[in-house]
Design a protein around this ligand. Sequence first.
Ligand SMILES: [Zn+2]
Length: 40
Amino acid sequence: MDSEVVEEWAGRIASDSGFAAVEHTVELTGVCAGCQPATE
Ligand SMILES: [Zn+2]
């Protein structure tokens, strides 16, 4: 993931909601392409 996108998103949410000094944690879970079962 492009971290800049997350920073922009967090900043936008913060300014929209009137919050300041917002901290954020992004957690991703999932299965990479190599571990996914074949869909065919
Ligand atoms: Zn994998």
